[in-house]
Design a protein around this ligand. Structure first.
Ligand SMILES: [Ca+2]
Ligand SMILES: [Ca+2]
Length: 219
């Protein structure tokens, strides 16, 4: 716990410099809406985030009542930015809502009421019925490996399942197309995350059924 506090303090000061929001919003605990404040918006926006996109971001979480920090992605997991698919329940509901329509480079402060965060029970170290505030910085927005069209493109040997190599090939092409080729560890990290979240039966392959799980909560 202690190391986390120390590293998060560093992160906290970085956040302070980036955006002067040391004065905490006193959020209405009964509010059921996600409050979004745009702290920084790049002039050029290549792609706005939407449901199903693969998002790469840093986010820090604070308790609204006293501003104490409970999560810091800059220090957790060796400081790697986090990856997740937007809008499909991989993060708390309030973040799925609050991160919609963000541009790469954009920063937001997102205030989430307990009902859309950790609820009546809370989740250690977040106490019960807590309104939480996230400071989010999005690094990249890419089309998630989500549509069945993308699945067919990725499934090079057409055996209705995806190997790590197949997913990697697809991501590589996608990044190269965007003029931003990355190094091997970068792809390894994303692939690990994707398989961790999608390969439910842990056989090292993403079947069409496992992949299509994203479609289930489509409105
Ligand atoms: Ca395949
Ligand atoms: Ca599988």
């Amino acid at each position: 716990m202690m190391w986390k506090l120390v590293s998060c303090t560093l992160c906290f000061f970085v956040s302070l410099q980036l955006s002067l929001w040391c004065v905490w919003a006193t959020a209405n605990e009964l509010d059921t809406e996600v409050k979004i404040e745009v702290l920084f918006k790049p002039e050029e926006c290549t792609q706005k985030s939407k449901k199903g996109d693969l998002i790469n971001l840093h986010y820090d979480g604070f308790l609204a009542k006293d501003g104490s920090q409970f999560y810091c992605s800059r220090s957790d997991k060796a400081g790697h930015p986090q990856w997740f698919v937007l809008g499909v329940g991989q993060v708390i509901k309030g973040l799925d809502i609050g991160i919609m329509e963000m541009c790469p480079g954009e920063k937001r402060k997102i205030t989430v009421p307990p009902a859309l965060a950790f609820g009546e029970k809370g989740k250690d170290p977040v106490p019960p019925n807590a309104t939480v505030v996230f400071e989010v910085e999005v690094y990249s927005v890419s089309r998630g490996p989500r549509s069945m069209e993308a699945f067919r493109q990725m499934d090079i040997d057409k055996d209705q399942s995806l190997t790590k190599a197949e997913v990697k090939e697809y991501l590589k092409l996608d990044y190269e197309k965007g003029g931003k080729p990355r190094d091997e560890p970068f792809y390894e990290k994303i692939i690990t995350d994707i398989f961790h979240k999608s390969d439910r039966d842990r056989d090292g392959l993403i079947s069409a059924r496992e992949y299509n799980i994203y479609e289930h909560d489509e409105l």
